[in-house]
Unconditional design. Structure first.
Length: 383
């Protein structure tokens, strides 16, 4: 008999909905992953690295050339100077980066502010470290950063706040004014760190520029910033990303990392070291995804659903105006319409239900067409 560290935790909604989608042969717009191919040049780069014998452990903190080239990219994009040996660690995915950052700083009894709806790994990552999540709601339909509520929650036990922009599941984005307001309210609490989840940095639409926390020197000094190659290069199954933090924070992060993963997949890092020097794959990404977002929204415009503005990420949420719970609605949609979604209540610690579902539009046009056809047909039949 073991005493569970996560007694309240079951299987993630992403796995649950993907399994249900398979069972009912449904089109999977639930779990966030692209269904189109990644760039063949990057696949070839990995094969070449393997053939060249790059198949052993690489440096503990990441392949040196990859770290050097990330430093150059981050400097160009966010005007942030980082030393490749001190301020960055390549991680097996962003989820691992977030977990490691939290594990590096949390002690039992600490509090971490989480803005809900929240990506589902945050709260278990806090709880497993013996700390307490303090959940604050962002309100639909805008999901603005609730500065006053955050200010009211801050106290001497607060050790971190997690900010995610572009945001999963809502597609909301943090603006410069939000970061400046956060900076101001954190001033009396110098012990508070920021975990900035920026996995969708390049998936940003409507002419907005991504506001990385790295652009704000006062905030960057206290932040762990996590990124994911999976989202940028259409290879979520690679589970590869990186974390950037100032030396004193990265030093602790590396201590946890060296006895956990130690290092990440070598051939992929070798291939990425070259590939990330190309700017087009990430500068064009937002435009491409925006087209897919608009295509799906247009196709579903006749449904009695209200779209929630999405300015970034893979996702578009819809308020479906149903009397049943969003979970039941999502289940019904899989079984009757043959389309899988994610009920947004799954992103709340207490399952708050606003009757909103999330659809992933990072899909081929054929997939979006088939999903639109099924949903329109189902909606006509049921109205
Ligand atoms: N944060 C957010 C907001 C995400 O949506 C995801 C998605 N998968 C992750 C972190 C995890 O990224 P990775 O797959 O690189 O672990
Ligand atoms: N980030 C993806 C999503 O939100 C899925 C990640 C996962 O399955 N763990 O759908």
């Amino acid at each position: 008999m073991i005493h569970s560290k996560l007694p309240g935790v079951g299987t993630t909604i992403f796995t649950t909905m993907s399994q249900l989608a398979n069972e009912y042969n449904a089109i999977n717009l639930g779990q966030g992953f692209p269904d189109f191919a990644m760039d063949e040049a990057l696949v070839e780069g990995v094969s070449k690295a393997m053939r060249d014998g790059m198949n052993q452990y690489t440096h503990m903190f990441g392949h040196p050339l990859l770290r050097k080239n990330i430093a150059a990219k981050v400097h160009t994009l966010y005007n942030y100077e980082l030393h490749p040996d001190e301020h960055i660690t390549i991680t097996p995915g962003a989820t691992y980066g977030i977990y490691t950052a939290l594990t590096s700083i949390l002690q039992p009894g600490d509090e971490v502010i989480v803005l809900e709806p929240a990506y589902d790994s945050y709260i278990p990552n806090i709880v497993i470290n013996g700390a307490t999540p303090v959940c604050i709601r962002m309100e639909p339909p805008n999901y603005a950063i609730p500065i006053q509520a955050i200010q009211a929650a801050l106290n001497t036990k607060t050790k971190a706040i997690i900010i995610n922009s572009p945001h999963n599941p809502t597609g909301s984005i943090v603006q410069e004014a939000d970061w400046l307001a956060i900076q101001e309210i954190l001033e009396p609490f110098p012990q508070v760190h920021i975990i900035s989840d920026e996995v969708y940095e390049h998936l940003i639409f409507d002419g907005y520029a991504h506001q990385s926390v790295l652009k704000f020197p006062e905030l960057a000094k206290k932040s762990f910033v996590v990124f994911s190659f999976g989202k940028t290069y259409h290879c979520t199954g690679w589970k590869l990303g990186y974390c950037i933090a100032p030396s004193h924070l990265m030093k602790e992060f590396k201590k946890v990392h060296q006895f956990n993963a130690f290092c990440c997949d070598t051939p992929k890092q070798v291939a990425l070291a070259d590939y990330i020097l190309q700017t087009e794959p990430y500068t064009e990404l937002g435009k491409d995804m925006q087209k897919r977002r608009d295509y799906l929204a247009k196709g579903l415009a006749g449904l009695p659903w209200t779209p929630i503005s999405s300015h970034g990420s893979y996702f578009q949420c819809f308020s479906v105006g149903s009397a049943m719970s969003d979970k039941l609605f999502a289940e019904k949609l899989v079984k009757e319409a043959g389309v899988a979604s994610i009920p947004v209540s799954a992103f709340y610690n207490k399952g708050d239900d606003f009757g909103i579902i999330r659809l992933c539009f990072a899909k081929k046009v054929e997939t979006l067409d088939a999903a639109i056809e099924r949903l329109v047909h189902w909606s006509r039949k049921t109205s």
